[in-house]
Each structure stands twice: as C-alpha cells, then as structure tokens.
Design a protein around this ligand. Structure first.
Ligand SMILES: [Zn+2]
Length: 321
C-alpha cells in the first residue's frame, strides 16, 4: 500500500511537473508569438558627453533586475556605439542632451536638448537652430523643486519658444545611489521626487509641452492625477524600462493605460554610457504581454511624433523607411 501511495504520489508529482513544463513552454511560445514592433522608433532621452565625463568606464551597479553594465570609455566610443543602436533599432529621431556634439553625424535624427546654461544662452542656442528641446532639467539632484523661482524661467522660455521641455524626477541615479555616490547624488530626496511638484508650473504656464523623463515611477497615482488634470503632460519611459523587473514595469504601464493615458506615453532609453540599455529598453516594451501592436506603435513612435509636432511628410517618410 505504501508503495502504491508512493507510486501514485510520484505519478501525480510527475504529472504536475509535466503540466507545469507544458504551461511554461506555452507561455514561452506565447511570448515569442507576441508581436515584436519593427517600425521606426523615437527615443526621447539620450545623452551625448564630451571627453572626460566621470561616467566613462563606470560599471552600472546592479539594477532592480540585478543586471550590471560596463561603461564605454570615451566620447568617441559612446557616439559610435549609440549610433550603431540607432541603426539597429531604426531610431529615426532622438532627443539628445548636448546633441550638438553628434549633430553632423546624424542631422536628421537629432533633436538637440539643453538645459545646462542660463536663459539667454539657451535662447541664443535656439536662434542658431541648435536647441529643439529644453532638457534634461534635473534640479531634483540638488534638492530643488520644479516650482522654485530659480527654475521657473526655463519653463517660461519653453513656453515662449513653443518647444518641449523634459523634466527629470524619479527614479534618478541607480537604486541606493544616494549611499553609493553621495558626492554626486547626495542632494536628492524622495520627498522631492513626486510629479505633483509640476502642478504649479503647469498652472502658471498652461501652454507648456512637458514630459516627465523617467516615467514618474513609483508615483503612479499622482501621475494619473496630474495627467487627468493637464492634457499637455506626457511621460517618457526611459530608465524604468531597463531597471525595473518586467512585472513591475508591466503593472506601472498597465495602470496608466487602463486609466486612458496610452496616447501620452513615449519611448526613451536614457542611454548614457551603457549602449545595451537601448536594447533592453526596446525589448522590455516589446515583452509587455498585454500591449496590442497598435499600442506598441503609439509608445515607440506615434505619441512622440504628436508631442513633437512632426509633419505628415516626416511621419510618412519614417514609416516608409
Ligand atoms: Zn538623462
């Protein structure tokens, strides 16, 4: 009897594990069959650095997914490897902070971002045709809020020039960055990271075209409140698409899409010195099991095209590439 029970148990266990294997296999097959977007991509968040940037050669500490990345070691390598990813993923437009450094290499792709100088200097840069987006604004790292009097002139300029503005909040720096790099990230506070800090700005400058650059995670409820109140707020999903575990990214994205904001979510990577983050960012969005092909197309291209005001001809050209 004991033997029979044992055998029965073994059979049951085997069946259960077989069944699990079948289930696992079918979910793998389902994922493989899930639509991989192949069209043009707009990346709303990239950085071009000059030689000597302290990030060169840095190994990215383990993300919440547990991955680490070896940093490129020079400005030339950063440019070469990033532009290689542009070709690989059909990135036809990219908002590149300090993008004037790469402008001659890919003039048609480049949207030059800048926010690292005074208002007059930025206005001049715009007049010279070398500034299309005021970004990346990150006073958060210094513990300064968006509606601080020292920051408001940047929003005012963006509204005056009618160009988009990109504002970085959370997540910023690697997880536990405060403890790892206090000299670089010591000024940030999570209590200064909520997207709600943008509300006074949006009320003061109602015609702003503003996007939140790192997805505003994990303040999803506050993000929804802000997007509900202000139709001109978009979000970029850079960084959250390569640091968050896939399930957490899915939950975050689903919450925004369920609320009806799927037409204001834009792809970005925030590639700094780790070019493979672009691959992971693209793959993460492609791996979201509930997105339809149309929703993927919106996130990878259409929403940004609308936000940036690309012409019909430009859009057609990109889609036929
Ligand atoms: Zn950035």
């Amino acid at each position: 009897m004991k033997t029979q029970i044992f055998t029965l148990l073994t059979v049951v266990l085997l069946l259960v594990s077989c069944n699990n294997q079948i289930k696992d296999k079918s979910s793998v097959i389902a994922n493989k069959n899930s639509h991989n977007y192949k069209g043009p991509i707009i990346d709303m968040h990239i950085h071009a650095f000059t030689e000597g940037n302290p990030l060169f050669g840095m190994t990215h500490p383990p993300t919440l997914r547990g991955e680490t990345f070896e940093g490129v070691t020079s400005a030339a390598e950063q440019k070469e490897k990033t532009l290689e990813k542009f070709r690989k993923h059909k990135i036809v437009k990219a908002m590149v902070s300090n993008g004037k450094l790469w402008f001659d290499d890919v003039p048609e792709t480049m949207l030059i971002g800048g926010a690292d100088k005074g208002i007059d200097a930025l206005r001049n840069q715009h007049q010279e045709g070398k500034l299309q987006v005021i970004a990346e604004m990150a006073p958060f790292y210094a513990g300064i809020l968006a509606d601080d009097p020292s920051i408001l002139p940047y929003f005012e300029l963006a509204q005056e020039l009618d160009i988009p503005v990109g504002f970085h909040i959370f997540p910023g720096g690697p997880n536990y960055g405060f403890h790892m790099m206090p000299e670089m990230l010591g000024g940030m506070r999570t209590y200064n990271a909520n997207p709600a800090q943008l509300e006074n700005v949006l009320v003061k400058y109602p015609n702003l075209r503003l996007y939140i650059m790192h997805g505003g995670w994990p303040y999803v409820e506050d993000l929804k409140a802000l997007m509900y109140a202000h139709p001109n707020v978009y979000i970029g999903i850079a960084v959250v698409n390569w640091i968050l575990p896939q399930e957490e990214f899915n939950a975050y994205l689903k919450s925004l899409i369920n609320a009806g904001f799927g037409d204001r979510i834009m792809f970005g990577s925030d590639q700094m010195v780790w070019p493979q983050t672009i691959d992971i960012a693209v793959e993460t969005v492609n791996s979201v099991n509930f997105l339809t092909p149309e929703q993927k197309e919106d996130i990878f291209y259409n929403n940004a095209a609308k936000f940036l005001g690309l012409t019909k001809d430009e859009i057609e050209k990109h889609k036929n590439q």
